[in-house]
Design a protein. Structure first.
Length: 172
């Protein structure tokens, strides 16, 4: 059964984990005796999408599972492309990240940031990775779009992967 990424993104941890395989293992590296004796590292594989994330920096399995779920939600938004919304209206996910003046202002910790990024990446893909065309469809400037996307290194990496797919030069 197909579910779109925003449904996966907004599911509770419990529901999201039902579609996942969770492995725990002993992480290597610094951390003292406890790290070498407990299986605190977590690997989550989201079966419907095939995405895999890990978290092993904490000595607490619970903390690592929580971090891995946040990473999975981010990966869902960054790596799963869906058809771009059609029509002239700005999609609701993007409007939620805009201020009253129509500027993309949500910071990367804002709850609307990743859903907006997911739709913006879809639209960038639909515009053959031309940021200026994307900005026009969002009724904003290229600088506004670039500034919004550049807040997060992983988002910027996804932008350049889309640009590479369309034969465009990477943005710096």
């Amino acid at each position: 059964m197909f579910m779109n990424r925003l449904i996966w993104f907004h599911q509770s941890d419990e529901l999201l984990l039902r579609d996942c395989e969770v492995d725990t293992y002993r992480a290597s590296g610094p951390g003292g005796q406890k790290r070498n004796k407990t299986s605190s590292a977590v690997r989550i594989r989201h079966k419907p999408s095939g995405l895999i994330v890990i978290a092993e920096e904490s000595r607490s399995q619970h903390e690592n599972k929580s971090k891995a779920l946040r990473r999975l939600r981010k990966a869902i938004c960054l790596k799963i492309r869906e058809p771009a919304p059609s029509g002239e209206d700005i999609p609701g996910e993007i409007l939620a990240a805009m201020d009253s003046g129509g500027k993309l202002t949500a910071g990367k910790k804002h709850p609307a940031f990743l859903p907006a990024i997911a739709v913006i990446l879809d639209m960038l893909d639909a515009h053959q990775a031309k940021v200026s065309d994307l900005a026009k469809s969002l009724q904003g400037t290229t600088a506004m779009v670039v500034g919004f996307l550049k807040q997060d290194d992983k988002v910027w990496e996804a932008v350049n992967q889309i640009r590479q797919k369309h034969g465009q030069h990477p943005l710096y």
